[in-house]
Design a protein around this ligand. Structure first.
Ligand code: GRF
Length: 204
């Protein structure tokens, strides 16, 4: 719980919305990272699955949740209007598989990041998510893989790259062990890259 935050601090807070649809391990790390922060806070968790584990994480930390459906997301501006009305400054995708609508991408131009579990531009694009990526890396006999954090643009996994980190793939590695290495890299780097990007975006 935050304590000793005065009204001035609250007004200056940059507010993050995390979009996630899975178990939310990255969301958890991001929330923990900003929990005691006095300039940046996670204010909203958005998910397209009403049973996603990430919603339990939101409950644990008393963070507002929004569950969206396809119609609202693609055929109306309801989600964008919701983000605006909640004064969201920055959007973080962390395991969110739907393509983000253009009006939202434009509104959050250079204020929306995604994390991809490979070294883009390799192993990106439609269908390349989760274990599909790690299996493809293993099948190709790659000796290294990694993570890519990038701005979101209208195409899957094609926005400007902000940060990459690598790890080795050994002969003994399986797609599962690769997945574990990748999650460790994500957890180590995503929160700090988010903080750095938000700081330089807003000059704070
Ligand atoms: C992460 O591996 C991320 O790279 C990808 O989706 C996964 C989400 O995992 N975009 P989690 O739900 O944060 O555990």
């Amino acid at each position: 719980m935050k304590t000793n935050i005065n009204i001035f601090d609250c007004k200056m807070m940059k507010r993050i919305a995390i979009f996630a649809s899975g178990r939310g391990s990255n969301a958890l790390k991001i929330i923990e990272h900003f929990q005691e922060h006095n300039q940046i806070e996670v204010s909203l968790i958005v998910s397209n699955k009403n049973k996603a584990l990430v919603l339990n994480v939101a409950d644990r930390f008393n963070i507002a949740k929004l569950v969206i459906n396809r119609d609202d997301f693609y055929r109306s501006d309801a989600t964008l209007e919701y983000l605006k009305s909640h004064n969201i400054d920055f959007v973080i995708l962390a395991g969110f598989l739907w393509l983000v609508p253009l009006d939202m991408i434009n509104y959050f131009n250079k204020r929306m990041l995604n994390i991809h579990p490979a070294l883009l531009p390799k192993y990106g694009g439609k269908g390349m998510y989760g274990m599909n990526v790690h299996r493809a890396v293993k099948d190709a006999g790659e000796q290294e893989t990694g993570i890519t954090i990038h701005y979101v643009d209208p195409e899957y996994d094609e926005g400007q790259i902000v940060f990459q980190a690598k790890c080795q793939v050994n002969e003994n590695d399986t797609p599962e062990s690769i997945a574990q290495k990748i999650h460790e890299l994500e957890h180590r780097h995503y929160p700090t890259v988010i903080e750095h990007t938000i700081r330089s975006t807003f000059g704070i």
